[in-house]
Design a protein around this ligand. Sequence first.
Ligand SMILES: [Zn+2]
Ligand SMILES: [Zn+2]
Ligand SMILES: [Zn+2]
Length: 385
Amino acid sequence: MSSVVSSKSPNVNMQEAEFGFSILFFLFSFGIIYPPQEFESVGLTINNVFSSYLGSSDIEFIQYHLRRTCLTLLIHSILPTLYVVCYYLKFGDIIEYNAEVFPIFVLWNFLIFFLMILPVISATVIYYWCKDNYANHPLAQNLQKYSRENWIQAARDINAENRRDNKLCMKTSAIHSVVATANWIMKVSYYSVSVAHQSDTALIAIRSDSHDLSEISTESVQFVNIKVKPTRVGVSEFIIRINALDFKTLQDRMMRPITILDGVTFSKTVIDRFIEVFKQQVLLNPTYTTDEVILDLCFACMQARPNVKLQKKCTNEFGNDDTNNEHGCTNCYCRPMWCVDCLAKWFASRQDQQEKEIWLQQKCSCPMCRAKFCILDVCYVELNR
Ligand SMILES: [Zn+2]
Ligand SMILES: [Zn+2]
Ligand SMILES: [Zn+2]
């Protein structure tokens, strides 16, 4: 077949070709199952390619996912068969040749048989799900638990809530996302959608785990596993896994508080830790006394009262006031307008993100007048009585 002159035996060449083909097919399948960013940006995903069949998840959320789960299951189950067919078309004769040499051929044939009937099995399951307008689909079965007569009623409610602006949709991993509407919480996976009505569901944070982003960086990412436990008979519980930073966002959308089990801790972010150290240092600084009661709100967060004032208090390494030095701190004449937390965040945001260890020794500029200040110039406001 090959006219390439090679010192290797034709058999070795063939094995390399088979290996190369298998790797290529594996990559192709992987790209279909876990579409990389590049595939997604050009719309090369199952959901995108079949969008006209699937419809819009914004308009008919439940119907969209009924169709999507069936289609995804079918396409994924076809991949092994496609591999076997392509393999035979390309290398069929070689396999027969090998068969005389290796008894493994029997095992190989059995594996191929299994891979070939996979789509038949999945097609049977999908046929069963789709019968009577999806009545047997696990998602419809689950919704049936909420409206005895017909699951369509519950589906309509969810669709309507999903169309509102206040819904929360979080992609929690490559294959999962969490959708929370006013009354429902749902976990969307490849072949299933778990649903629970918030009114009779307990949410329990059962575990948290941290992972370092890289070996050299001190930053880590933390995940929280939350068990969604419906008390309604027949509705099964499920677990959602979210980034700890999204915990508050999810909690704010839930009707009930999320119970946090003992032992589940939330590690602080770098900024949180910096704010703490910043405040400890400010406590050691002189205070700024005033007769004026501050009635405004912090210019940044609009929540707290401004409680710090910038006053040049620092001296240079020789103990001299260096106001006139171009690198020294300068006087700020602004009224107290920021709270200490916001000023600490502002301070952190103006620093070199790579050199967190020396942030506290650095300078920053007043967010209002641009006067230069350091941590020693931040003074708590004290009311003169
Ligand atoms: Zn503030
Ligand atoms: Zn200022
Ligand atoms: Zn200073």
